[in-house]
Design a protein. Structure first.
Length: 395
């Protein structure tokens, strides 16, 4: 393999730890003399096509170090779907800057982009080593036990549901139910994380609804009214992509992004929490409230999981190590060896099998009633999120 320069990009929604992966890549590269230049593409593949690059050799070591604890996507991101007719332009830019190592940090659609770039360069005989570094709060990437970014977002959700639950319990004479909406287009991993808030039967959450289990109107109303009858109030967590049994989104959203994915939240102009709130209010007469954090779980560095920060950084370092061995067409994976004690090892997974696919919650993580999580899920997620604070409770 011809030695040359390396370029890194970030794509899709950010996470609290995506820059930790970036720091792992950059620090490892700068310690290695094989790369004359280590470039960063500003705003993902859009910036690449505009030849808008950062040269990390000109960035101070102190700034690179601080990236480990910086939220957002420090290089800038995009949600551009690379067109087939743009692939020749990609190759020409790579050739112009003598780039032979191509890294992207991202989720399902990002893995599709890097897979297509590598495939095209092979077809035209341009030597290019491509490695994907996993990132998504949704935790829906195949080929890895979990995805960097998910543990921190899960911690944000768990703490938010816990604290919102205290508010709702204390205000149950006013509002009989509260609905907390999480992000998560195709899978319910983040909605499921709300289960960590619960230590007693009366604690929030009482019900968790997720895309993996389509909802029935009558069953939802029964769940809610029975919970209020037994406990006095009801806490519900719902994933934004949850569906009704007829396949329509609870949000009633129909907007699409550049990858033909349904848009939820603000961009979709619709909300699962709002529509569910309206249904419950109309059918029961109960007053309630709903809470939507939108993208905050994607950038809350103050609630980042220490495990997540360390693993994200190590994924970055591992990507460089594989590239130096001329291993291409892979995504870095985290493979769990045990949960108690928690141990992992790092490996690789073919980009072709990770690209454009969404991993759902497995059946054994979902309760038989389809409205809560099992002990197996809690065993899985506890070491990723860490301990939550416990509060003094009088009521």
């Amino acid at each position: 393999m011809k030695k040359g320069n390396l370029i890194i990009g970030q794509s899709g929604g950010p996470t609290s730890v995506i820059n930790s992966s970036l720091a792992g890549i950059v620090e490892t590269c700068l310690q290695n003399e094989d790369f004359a230049h280590v470039y960063g593409m500003r705003f993902g593949i859009e910036g690449f096509l505009e030849e808008s690059f950062i040269d990390f050799h000109r960035v101070s070591a102190s700034v690179i170090k601080r990236l480990k604890g910086t939220p957002g996507s420090a290089l800038g991101s995009c949600r551009k779907k690379l067109k087939k007719e743009e692939l020749p332009d990609v190759k020409e830019i790579l050739k112009k800057y003598d780039i032979h190592y191509f890294f992207l940090i991202g989720g399902n659609d990002t893995m599709d982009t890097i897979y297509r770039v590598e495939k095209y360069c092979k077809e035209v005989n341009y030597e290019l080593t491509c490695v994907g570094i996993p990132k998504t709060v949704d935790n829906d990437l195949y080929g890895t036990d979990h995805t960097p970014g998910f543990p921190s977002a899960a911690r944000y959700i768990a703490v938010s549901v816990q604290q919102a639950g205290r508010l709702a319990a204390d205000m149950q004479k006013v509002d009989k139910y509260v609905i907390f909406q999480t992000i998560g287009r195709d899978s319910g991993w983040l909605a499921a994380a709300g289960a960590l808030a619960k230590t007693r039967p009366e604690d929030a959450p009482h019900l968790i609804y997720m895309p993996e289990r389509p909802l029935n109107h009558d069953k939802v109303l029964k769940d809610v009214t029975e919970t209020i009858k037994n406990i006095g109030w009801c806490s519900i967590v719902i994933g934004e992509g949850t569906l009704w049994e007829d396949g329509t989104p609870v949000s009633a959203g129909s907007a699409r992004d550049n990858f033909a994915n349904t848009e939820f939240g603000a961009m979709g102009g619709a909300s699962a929490a709002f529509n569910l709130h309206r249904l419950i209010n109309k059918e029961t007469g109960y007053r309630g409230e709903f809470q939507i954090t939108e993208s905050l779980p994607m950038c809350a560095i103050d609630r980042a999981s220490e495990t997540d920060l360390k693993e994200a950084y190590t994924c970055g370092r591992t990507a460089v190590e594989y590239a130096l061995q001329e291993i291409s067409g892979v995504m870095i994976s985290i493979n769990r060896l045990s949960s108690e004690p928690y141990r992992v090892k790092y490996g690789k997974f073919p980009l072709a099998e990770a690209a454009g696919k969404a991993k759902p919650l497995p059946d054994n993580f979902i309760s038989s009633g389809g409205n809560f999580m099992t002990e197996e899920f809690l065993t899985y997620i506890h070491p990723l999120v860490g301990r939550l604070d416990r509060y003094g409770i009088l009521l």
